[in-house]
Design a protein around this ligand. Structure first.
Ligand code: MN
Length: 250
């Protein structure tokens, strides 16, 4: 991560119309990217697309919303797992649109966590309406510090945030979380040294367009304003945390 100024800790680079161009723009601005993926089948393709672009870390993922589809190929997932440190997007989703598949999601998530145990992976975790259960699973299957747990777009309560902090979790904070009043109180309960920033692009917008990784250069300033930090000091703090976590990827 030499010469980088920021890290987008959760972005679906492969879902942009021109993924490599988006990655190159991030590289030019000094923004590293955790390029999460949603199904194991696209992992190697992603690595090819972004090869040679520095600062892009491709994650091996199986999105909970796809856990009950034929794309949820766990044997392929386990085959690919030794090729990457970053695992995401994974997790559980108990919102109404995903509720039907919750049992299958649980099986998939458990198998993934069991496979990751003791292998020094970095997990990017999805947890809408399923925070307690995601935390229960992390505590049960990957309690050790050598598994880095990053809760992406966390929407739990302050009590749940405190529990996650006690479990050693990090939080990747996006623009929606910084801008919303409800999440503001939540952000106040997360220690700054456990924070990262993310775009979750292209699912979130920035200035009316899908949020590219470079948008974290605005999110960190907005977060600094909320936390009453000097903006470059917070940027440096977030980068130091990212460097500490992702050093094992180089
Ligand atoms: Mn996502």
């Amino acid at each position: 991560m030499h010469n980088f100024v920021a890290m987008d800790a959760h972005c679906h680079l492969d879902l942009f119309k021109e993924p490599r161009a988006v990655a190159v723009r991030a590289e030019e601005r000094g923004v590293g990217v955790v390029a999460v993926t949603n199904i194991p089948r696209v992992f190697e393709k992603n690595r090819k697309i972004f090869s040679g672009v520095s600062g892009v870390l491709v994650g091996l993922g199986l999105h909970p919303e796809l856990a009950a589809t034929p794309e949820a190929d766990l044997s392929l997932f386990e085959t690919l797992l030794p090729r990457t440190v970053v695992v995401g997007e994974i997790g559980l989703d108990a919102r109404p649109q995903a509720y039907k598949s919750l049992d299958r999601q649980r099986d998939v998530f458990e198998q993934i966590l069991r496979a990751c145990k003791g292998r020094e992976k970095i997990l990017s975790l999805h947890s809408p309406r399923a925070v307690n259960e995601v935390l229960d699973s992390l505590e049960r299957y990957v309690p050790e510090e050598d598994t880095v747990k990053i809760l992406h777009w966390f929407t739990g309560t302050r009590a749940q945030a405190r529990r996650a902090v006690d479990l050693g979790c990090y939080f990747s904070v996006n623009a929606a979380m910084v801008n919303k009043g409800r999440d503001h109180a939540l952000l106040g309960s997360i220690p700054v040294e456990r924070m990262l920033v993310e775009t979750d692009g292209p699912f979130l917008a920035s200035r009316g367009k899908p949020a590219e990784p470079t948008a974290v250069l605005e999110t960190d300033f907005a977060l600094a304003q909320f936390l009453q930090w000097e903006k470059f000091a917070l940027r440096d703090q977030l980068l130091a945390t990212a460097n500490k976590i992702f050093a094992r990827c180089s």
